[in-house]
Design a protein around this ligand. Structure first.
Ligand code: 6DK
Ligand code: ZN
Length: 368
């Protein structure tokens, strides 16, 4: 397999400042300043491991480009785009909810993140690569048409889906989101669209609150083309694999997309500070294998992953490496933490997890 890899040093320069918003510092109240969770190190450390492990030699390095306003406008309202750009030209601003700050020049880097996913899609359709991974900042899956949210400015993966439809002449696209948080932005963009299947598996009711319940299944012509799979806290490799096999794969097979996009977060990982799940690097390997398998079955293997969250700077790099190794079919260095995290109790499928997954499978009439 040839795997396209998109990273730009500029992604490390996107500056979300301090944890203002999430944990607003107030020295008078004893609240100390802290870096923002979506700080550059975690993603930079993935890239450094990709280089130092030697995997970079096995990947096809592609160059991200900035998405144009016209491309971003396929998903976002012009007012949102213009406001981000105006703030970015001055001192910076916030993408919309007070926890998504960006510095000067943040617009250009957010456009580069979206453009990186577009370039990955182009390379897959041109046949330059079999699949692609865009290691981008800022993330995208919470961004709504009219505003950013949850550290996201523009919805990178939704912009990529619209681009594939417009430029590569495909109609049916599936988006699979395994970030630990609900992919509410992507869901909102495609809620009434029967041509885009949006599947989100996430920890039940973490962020955004009261979003991503099983009863959110699409509306109008898009009824049934949104699938939410809220998982209980503590779900590990067994529960995630069961969810993939029981809900995600059957839903994708039934939908028969021409392209599979994955919103790939690592915050369902064991030891992540913003999630309470237990997925190991081997678990992420399995999720990737299954995504590749179903893409092979339905859309000639066309698969593009876009990086979302993941907040443990020690562990995320090994999970990212595992995904990239799986995509490219190569192995490099072992995950030194794997013995520790895979020995954690309850990595296997638990009854409450099975019940949650089976409930979604039967509501979505996915018999298997
Ligand atoms: N919010 C992401 O990983 C982003 O999905 C996750 C954003 C989580 C914010 C969690 C949170 C609060 C808390 C208190 C008050 C308001 C909001 F987009 C990705 F980066 F991928 O605790
Ligand atoms: Zn997340």
């Amino acid at each position: 397999m040839t795997t396209g890899y998109l990273y730009h040093e500029m992604f490390g320069w996107y500056d979300p400042g301090s944890a203002a918003g999430l944990f607003p510092p107030d020295p008078r109240q004893g609240v100390q300043p802290l870096w923002h969770f979506e700080h550059p190190d975690t993603k930079r450390r993935i890239h450094e491991l990709v280089v130092v492990s030697g995997l970079i030699e096995e990947l096809v390095r592609l160059s991200p480009r900035q998405a144009t306003v016209r491309e971003i406008e396929r998903v976002h309202e012009r007012e949102h785009i213009d406001r981000v750009r105006a703030d970015s030209d001055r001192a910076g601003g916030d993408a919309g909810d007070g926890i998504s700050p960006f510095g000067r020049g943040g617009y250009e880097i957010a456009a580069l993140a979206a453009g990186a996913v577009l370039e990955g899609v182009d390379a897959v359709f041109d046949g330059r690569v079999d699949n692609a991974y865009a290691l981008v900042r800022p993330p995208g899956h919470h961004a709504l048409p009219g505003s950013g949210m949850g550290f996201c400015v523009f919805n990178n993966i939704a912009i990529a889906a619209r681009h594939a439809q417009r430029v590569h002449g495909v109609r049916r696209i599936a988006v699979l989101d395994w970030d630990v948080h609900h992919g509410n932005g992507t869901q909102a963009v495609f809620y009434e669209d029967p041509d885009v299947l949006a599947i989100s598996m996430h920890q039940d009711n973490v962020f955004p609150l009261d979003s991503g319940g099983v009863d959110e299944t699409g509306a109008g012509a898009g009824e049934g083309s949104t699938v939410n799979l809220p998982l209980p806290p503590g779900t590990g490799d067994g529960g995630y694999e069961y969810a993939m096999r029981t809900v995600c794969l059957p839903a994708i097979r039934r939908f028969q997309p021409e392209l599979l996009l994955v919103a790939c977060g690592f915050d369902a990982g064991a030891m992540d500070p913003l999630g309470r799940q237990m997925v190991t690097s081997d678990g992420f390997r399995t999720l990737t294998e299954l995504a590749m398998r179903v893409a092979g079955e339905v859309c000639e293997g066309r698969l593009v992953l876009s990086h979302e969250g993941g907040y443990n700077p020690a562990y995320v790099p090994f999970s990212g490496l595992a995904v990239l190794e799986t995509l490219s079919g190569k192995r490099t260095v072992p995950d030194p933490f794997l013995p520790l995290v895979s020995a954690m109790a309850r990595q296997d499928l638990q009854p409450a997890q099975r019940a949650a997954v089976d409930g979604v499978a039967s509501a979505a009439e996915l018999g298997e």
